[in-house]
Design a protein around this ligand. Structure first.
Ligand code: CIR
Length: 262
């Protein structure tokens, strides 16, 4: 299943500048030491599935660069370098490009000056690419992506990111070829018609950003009711501490690019 079985992941170690990371609401600075511990646990879980995990060096010039997902879209046929809509993050994409070129034959780039798009707004399923317009992802960005993936066997569908939510995938994730984990507020928009949807437990909306990676579902620790729902549905759940990334609106998907090189 190409949408959740992967041989590789790319991560980047958090830098001391993480204290300057972007956040919608200030709930205090992240603790770098604790974030590093959580990051190790995350990488160990990815590796436990047999995947190769590349760990890039910290980039102190980019406080949010631990959140590598926003810099690229990795598809079965090739990779696309994004153009992050947060001005302080735009340069992170060029830092990622050589690492993608080292593993992929086909690498394309979002390049128009008015195109903005971040990986956190993109959910790839077995058959399509769902992209949520958000404060970081705009119409020209989605149009350019649609054009750049032509011929790669996946169609692009524009969907809705709930107001006040950072990214489309802040509120949802893929669990298997047919199943999506979503907050009720996002599912109510109707964007998952045709999929089986499991809702996060009430009050546990922050558990929606998980990743299915080979046999595991990695989810943030501390959401017991949603964890139990996933357990009962037959998924093998691994809980990872996310308290520090959560202070910067980051979660499980943000911390890696997941793919099988082509
Ligand atoms: C930001 O605001 O860009 C970072 N503090 C968090 C990015 C989270 N990335 C993601 O959801 N893909």
């Amino acid at each position: 299943m190409r949408s959740f079985q992967f041989t590789h992941a790319i991560t980047r170690k958090p830098a001391p500048s993480i204290l300057q990371g972007l956040r919608a609401v200030d709930t205090g600075n992240p603790d770098l030491g604790l974030m590093q511990t959580h990051h190790h646990d995350y990488i160990a879980a990815l590796r436990s599935t047999g995947a190769t995990v590349v760990e890039l060096d910290p980039l102190d010039g980019f406080p949010d660069s631990v959140f590598v997902e926003d810099t690229a879209l990795c598809l079965p046929a090739g990779a696309i370098v994004m153009r992050p809509g947060a001005p302080s993050r735009l340069g992170e994409a060029a830092e990622m490009e050589p690492h993608l070129r080292a593993l992929y034959t086909e690498v394309r780039r979002i390049e128009a000056a008015d195109s903005f798009i971040e990986g956190g707004d993109i959910l790839v399923t077995e058959t399509e690419i769902l992209v949520g317009r958000s404060a970081r992802t705009n119409g020209p960005g989605i149009a350019e992506l649609t054009h750049k993936v032509e011929g790669w066997g996946l169609s692009v569908r524009e969907v809705f990111t709930p107001p006040g939510v950072l990214h489309f995938k802040t509120d949802c994730s893929l669990l298997d070829a047919e199943t999506i984990l979503s907050t009720r507020r996002l599912d109510d928009s109707g964007c998952f018609k045709g999929y089986r949807v499991i809702h996060t437990a009430e009050g546990e909306e922050a558990a929606a950003n998980t990743i299915r990676f080979n046999g595991l579902v990695l989810m943030p620790a501390g959401f017991a009711r949603t964890r139990d729902l996933l357990d009962r549905a037959g998924f093998t759940v691994r809980e990872i501490g996310n308290s520090e990334c959560a202070k910067l609106d980051g979660g499980m998907s943000c911390l890696s690019l997941r793919f099988t090189p082509a």
